[in-house]
Write a protein that binds this ligand. Structure first.
Ligand code: UDP
Ligand code: MG
Length: 314
């Protein structure tokens, strides 16, 4: 069932841009030949995620020059995933493909994604073969991929690769979801009927630096964990029970020890250590609860998730 908004056979490419002035001049010259080579209608929708450099200017000039290139201008930075959601609302292709602006995802892989979708897959996930990122980023991703798979039960091998394809049906449901914080690959996976994952090439960031600081990266991963599972909450409850049980056991042991060898005094510091462990667990737990409460609070306020100032181009 194709939604009424869909333009049959059309391929929309969505590219989030945040301070990428150094990469933009190289992007379209590589992307346009690929799009023209598809032999079907296409559009490229850039979304300027509140860049403070010349990105928006460059994009506007490109949109004026090339029919088929559009720019969604956001009022302020909404984050990569919300920016993509904003751009989704401006697409009308039957297939929607997301791509990073820093050329880490080679545009030349797009026809392979389109072929999978022609084959009937409604979500095409990707796995970065020979990933070109720092050791720290790769190790962190491995951890995130494994934990997420374990707590959500979703079988995705690489959550982080944003070169992905979504059928219009899936995009429409995502647009209707209205989540204030989300992680698009995981969200799409929930709505997919026939997902597939393929290996794609991965390159080094062409220019500039990653737009994710360690802090932003942690925030993003909290979005992924809390947005798709309540297992962290349940694990914490379990941990609480186990700690309490262990505490009771320890108390019994101290009592027995007191009856047999007398009161312990030198163990004061052991007690301190234990107290810190328990306090640490408690604080982490309050934090986890806070993460959920914070998201519920944002959601119930019902403020707009992103603000589009204007759409430039065709
Ligand atoms: N991005 C964005 N908003 C942000 C952060 C990033 O639109 O707040 C864009 C960025 O311009 C790039 C893509 O999202 O096109 C991926 O970002 P980046 O390359 O910095 O992430 P990494 O590859 O380091 O994970
Ligand atoms: Mg990148």
């Amino acid at each position: 069932m194709a939604a009424p908004s869909a333009d049959p056979r059309k391929v929309s490419v969505v590219i989030p841009v945040y301070n990428e002035e150094a990469n933009l001049p190289a992007l379209l010259p590589r992307l346009l030949p690929v799009m023209e080579g598809l032999g079907r209608p296409w559009e490229v929708v850039f979304v300027d995620d509140g860049s403070r450099d010349r990105s928006l200017e460059i994009l506007k000039a490109e949109a004026a020059l090339h029919p088929g290139v559009k720019v969604v201008e956001l009022v302020r930075n909404a984050g990569q995933h919300m920016a993509i959601m904003a751009a989704f609302t401006a697409t009308d292709g039957e297939y929607v493909i997301t791509l990073d602006a820093d050329l880490q995802n080679p545009p030349e892989e797009i026809p392979r994604l389109v072929a999978e979708m022609d084959g009937g897959h409604d979500v095409v996930g990707t796995i970065r073969a020979k990933r070109k990122d720092t050791f720290f980023r790769k190790a962190a991703s491995r951890l995130v991929n494994r934990t997420t798979a374990a707590i959500t039960g979703m079988k995705l091998n690489d959550y982080g690769c944003m070169l992905r394809g979504y059928h219009r049906d899936v995009v429409d449901v995502m647009n209707a979801s209205e989540e204030v914080s989300t992680f698009i690959p995981a969200l799409a996976q929930q709505y997919a009927r026939r997902p597939v994952e393929i290996e794609v090439a991965h390159e080094e960031r062409k220019a500039g630096e990653s737009k994710y600081s360690l802090y932003k990266l942690i925030r993003l991963n909290f979005d992924l964990m809390t947005g798709f599972s309540v297992v962290p909450l349940q694990l914490f409850t379990l941990l609480g029970f186990l700690t309490a049980l262990w505490g009771v056991g320890f108390g019994v042991f101290l009592l027995a020890r007191r009856l047999v060898v007398g009161a312990e005094v030198e163990g004061v510091f052991t007690l301190f250590a234990l107290a810190f462990v328990v306090m640490g667990i408690l604080m982490a737990g309050i934090g986890i609860v806070g993460e959920y409460v914070g998201r519920i609070y944002q959601q119930v306020r019902g403020r707009p998730r992103f603000l589009i100032r204007k759409v430039h181009g065709s």
